[in-house]
Write a protein that binds this ligand. Structure first.
Ligand SMILES: [Zn+2]
Length: 61
């Protein structure tokens, strides 16, 4: 079980999503639950961790 970075609830690791948070030009790995994902997706300080198989989704940095 891991804690969601946003709502601080505990979730199984399998359903949490890895995200990168940018603070002062440093990247931190955080965990986000599905419920908080829309909030994070609208926040420019957070990025999805790109998966090797998929093409890059972040083109507008
Ligand atoms: Zn959450």
């Amino acid at each position: 079980m891991l804690k969601c970075h946003f709502c601080s609830k505990m979730y199984p690791e399998a359903i949490l999503k890895n995200m990168v948070q940018i603070i002062d030009n440093k990247a931190y790995i955080i965990w986000i639950c599905p419920g908080c994902l829309p909030i994070v997706n609208n926040n420019p300080n957070y990025y999805q961790v790109s998966e090797p198989k998929s093409s890059p989704k972040i083109n507008n940095i």
